[in-house]
Design a protein around this ligand. Structure first.
Ligand code: ACO
Length: 326
C-alpha cells in the first residue's frame, strides 16, 4: 500500500510586473482601494508571445529537475487551467511534446481555480492504483488574456503564472493523506467566461460585448469562498485523523486576503502559518497554490514531516481541499 507524494516542485512567473499605480491610469481605481479590498499590490503579466503552455513547460521542467525525474519517466501529465492555449488540442499535449515526455498520457482539467487541487487528487489516483509511477501536475494560467481591461471590478484582481509538482509513490502515512472535491453547478453563472464555447460561439457581437472575458459577481463569490474554505479544510483533517493544531502550513487559493484571513481565523491559525503570494502575484487561479508551495519549499519553510493543508475554490462553482504530510 502506498500514497502519492510530491517529490519535486517548480514555478515560473513572467518578468513583467503590473503595479496598482499603472492600473490607476487604465481604469477608475487606486492603489489604496485595491490593497485594502483585495490585498493585491502587483501582479505579473505574460508578454504577448507567451501562452499558457509556455509558462507550464518552464514550471514543469523545473519540477522535473527538482525531483530528479527524466521526462521519459512520466506516465501522465495533467494541466489544470482556465486559459488553455486553444480549445483543442489540450495544453497538456503541447506540454507533453515540449518536455519530450514520450510515454505520457496528457489531458487538461477544468475546475476553475480549484483546478490544481482537483488535478492533484486525480493524479494521485493513478499513483495509488499502481497505473503510473510518475505524474506531472501543473497549474498554469494567462488570465491577462481573458480579463476585460476596462472593468475595474475584475481587471485589478488577476495575474499570470505557473506552478508544477511531480507525484510519485511514497510509503503509506506520507504524501496525500486525504482530499475532498466538491461542486455546485447551480451557481455557475456567478463566475464565467460566457462566450467562445458551443453555447455562444465567437461572433463580432460577442467580441464587441466582451463576452470572452471574465464575468464575476464578486460579492457572491466572496461569501461562497468564506463559507466553504474552513469547512473543507476541517473535513480533510478529520479524514486524516488530524485536527487544526496539526497544521504546519495552510495554502489557500489566493483570491482575496480578506477571504484568506477569514479561513485562517476559522482554523484558529496565526498568519505565519498561512502562505500568501497574492500581494505580489494577484489571483493566478490554478497556479496560486503550487506557486506558494514552491516558494515555501525552496526557502526552507516547509520541512519533512510538516502537515500542509491546501484549499481551493472557484468557477463551477467548485471547491476542494487536501492534507499532505511532507
Ligand atoms: N477600484 C475602485 N473601486 C472599485 C473597484 C476598483 N478596482 N472595483 C469595484 N469598486 C467599487 C464598486 O464599484 C463599488 O462601488 P459602488 O458602491 O459605488 O457601487 C465599491 O467599490 C464596492 O464594491 P464591492 O464589489 O462591494 O467590493 P468588495 O468589497 O466586495 O470587493 C472584490 C470586491 C475584491 C471583487 C471582492 O468581492 C472579492 O474578492 N470577491 C471574491 C472574488 C474571487 O474570489 N474571485 C475569484 C474566484 S476564483 C476563479 O475561479 C477565477
Amino acid at each position: 500500500v502506498c500514497n502519492a507524494g510530491i517529490i519535486g516542485v517548480g514555478a515560473y512567473l513572467p518578468d513583467r510586473v503590473l503595479t496598482n499605480d499603472e492600473l490607476q491610469k487604465m481604469v477608475d481605481t487606486n492603489d489604496q482601494w485595491i490593497r485594502t479590498r483585495s490585498g493585491i499590490k502587483e501582479r505579473r503579466i505574460a508578454s504577448p508571445e507567451l501562452a499558457t503552455s509556455d509558462l507550464a513547460v518552464i514550471a514543469g521542467e523545473r519540477a522535473l529537475a527538482d525531483a530528479g525525474v527524466a521526462p521519459e519517466e512520466l506516465g501522465l501529465i495533467i494541466v489544470a487551467t482556465n486559459t488553455p492555449d486553444t480549445i483543442f488540442p489540450a495544453t497538456a499535449c503541447l506540454v507533453q511534446d515540449r518536455l519530450g515526455a514520450v510515454k505520457a498520457a496528457a489531458f487538461d482539467l477544468a475546475a476553475g481555480c480549484t483546478g490544481f487541487v482537483y488535478a492533484l487528487a486525480t493524479g494521485s489516483q493513478f499513483i495509488t492504483s499502481g497505473t503510473y509511477k510518475k505524474v506531472l501536475v501543473i497549474g498554469a494560467e494567462c488570465l491577462s488574456r481573458i480579463v476585460n481591461w476596462e472593468d475595474r471590478k475584475t481587471c485589478v484582481l488577476f495575474g499570470d503564472g505557473a506552478g508544477a509538482v511531480v507525484l510519485s509513490p511514497v510509503p503509506a502515512g506520507n504524501g496525500i493523506l486525504s482530499f475532498t472535491l466538491r461542486s455546485d453547478g447551480s451557481k455557475g453563472q456567478l463566475l464565467s467566461v460566457p462566450a467562445g464555447g458551443s453555447r455562444q460561439p465567437a461572433t463580432r457581437e460577442t467580441v464587441d460585448q466582451k463576452l470572452h472575458t471574465i464575468h464575476m459577481d464578486g460579492q457572491e463569490v466572496f461569501k461562497f469562498a468564506v463559507r466553504v474554505m474552513g469547512k473543507a479544510a476541517l473535513e480533510v483533517l478529520a479524514a486524516a485523523g488530524l485536527n487544526r493544531s496539526d497544521i504546519d502550513y495552510f495554502i489557500p487559493h489566493q483570491a482575496n486576503i480578506r477571504i484568506i484571513e477569514s479561513a485562517a481565523k476559522r482554523l484558529n491559525l496565526s498568519m505565519d502559518k498561512v502562505l500568501v503570494n497574492l500581494d505580489r502575484y494577484g489571483n493566478t487561479s490554478t497556479a496560486s497554490i503550487p506557486l506558494a508551495l514552491t516558494e515555501a519549499v525552496q526557502d526552507g519553510r516547509i520541512k519533512q514531516g510538516d502537515h500542509i493543508v491546501m484549499v481551493g475554490f472557484g468557477a463551477g462553482l467548485t471547491w476542494g481541499a487536501t492534507v499532505i504530510k511532507w
